[in-house]
Write a protein of this length. Structure first.
Length: 382
């Protein structure tokens, strides 16, 4: 009896990419590849363009190809993909399930939540759907939130410690330490001792930078965070960043969330899990009202940073917003307009309004949490 030839891995990959219509060219899938195809089919068969490729979707959203309706549940599917695919692929599949196809069972079914691998993608999904959860599911979801927040804090804390462990000052220092050596200042101070014939510079007076004092004059950081649905990633990282900055010497941190109303979360800023469980994503946006509220929190204008985290799609009064930002800037307050505050810092925002705020004196852009911490540390060191 002749053994069947081993499947060609290259053809199998093309068959997985192209779907069942390509099978007459690539040949059928076997074993693990077939199981992978079924898992991909369950998710991506929900695309309406499958009908154009001759593949009929079933009522549950998965492709059947005439084989009958699929009985695969989200729990079954999660078990399958964790068994069949590498971690990076699993994260992408879970992200598409909750964000692209809005399969809410991934984060609202207790059986799924007990098995799912915590990730920032699932945390964003929890924030968007927690209003649908009963108390039991909410308890399980909170555990997921706690796990991801802990991971994010562990990633961010070292960056913040580096930023605030004494930044370099332009003032010279008498303390000779290699890490503080001022190369350019040393060259300028010793140019009189340059020997052209030998092409050597004799250093008689080395220069060193000073380090800022660890205990600094009080500054304020007021984080204003837009709760609109598109800002989920920035909301998460704002809460984590505020918690990491909380209690640092010389810095008073405020955390304020807003939509059409304003909620001051400063009292819970040291507990980012509680902050995130209180956030309500979606709804309208009144940025002007939020900035007015922040202006009322400022103690010393020249030692205050108002960081507005938003997509700049204003549902309130843009003229009032521009006036308030201009007034803050004119009194010496640093105003940051951040279109994104997350690990990728990829902004999507209303560029016209952002430009108007920049013209009024705000600094507009996008930052990672670590970059924001470094910016604040640099201000404190002045």
């Amino acid at each position: 009896m002749t053994e069947a030839p081993a499947p060609d891995p290259g053809l199998e990959r093309w068959r997985l990419i192209l779907g069942r219509p390509a099978e007459h060219c690539t040949g059928p899938l076997h074993d693990r590849a077939a199981a992978r195809d079924a898992a991909l089919d369950w998710l991506y068969g929900r695309d309406p363009d499958q009908a154009e490729r001759g593949i009929r979707p079933d009522r549950s959203g998965g492709r059947t190809g005439g084989d009958g309706a699929s009985t695969v549940t989200p729990v079954d599917w999660l078990e399958d993909i964790h068994r069949l695919f590498p971690r990076e692929t699993v994260e992408r599949l879970e992200r598409d399930a909750v964000e692209r196809y809005e399969i809410h069972e991934i984060v609202t079914d207790p059986a799924v939540l007990e098995r799912v691998e915590p990730s920032p993608t699932l945390l964003r999904a929890v924030l968007r759907t927690k209003h649908l959860m009963n108390p039991e599911v909410l308890r399980l979801a909170r555990r997921l939130v706690e796990t991801v927040v802990k991971q994010l804090l562990e990633q961010l804390a070292p960056e913040i410690r580096r930023s605030f462990t004494g930044t370099r000052s332009r003032r010279p220092s008498r303390l000779a330490q290699a890490r503080n050596f001022d190369f350019h200042g040393t060259v300028r101070a010793n140019l009189a001792h340059y020997r052209p014939a030998e092409r050597r510079l004799l250093i008689e007076k080395p220069r060193f930078h000073a380090r800022t004092r660890p205990h600094l004059e009080q500054w304020q950081l007021i984080l204003l965070v837009d709760q609109s649905g598109s800002m989920a990633g920035s909301v998460i990282h704002s809460a984590v960043t505020a918690a990491a900055l909380w209690g640092l010497p010389g810095l008073k941190t405020h955390l304020v969330a807003f939509d059409t109303s304003v909620v001051d979360l400063t009292g819970e800023v040291d507990d980012p899990v509680e902050v995130l469980m209180r956030v309500q994503l979606g709804g309208g946006t009144d940025i002007a009202r939020a900035v007015d509220y922040a202006a009322g929190l400022v103690d010393n204008p020249r030692r205050a940073i108002v960081a507005l985290v938003t997509d700049f799609y204003e549902g309130g009064d843009p003229y009032r917003l521009v006036r308030t930002v201009r007034a803050l800037a004119e009194q010496g307050t640093t105003v940051l307009g951040l279109a994104a505050l997350d690990e990728e810092a990829v902004p999507a925002y209303d560029r016209e309004l952002a430009q108007r705020l920049a013209d009024a004196g705000a600094q507009v852009g996008a930052m990672t949490p670590g970059a924001l911490a470094a910016f604040v540390a640099e201000r404190l060191g002045r």
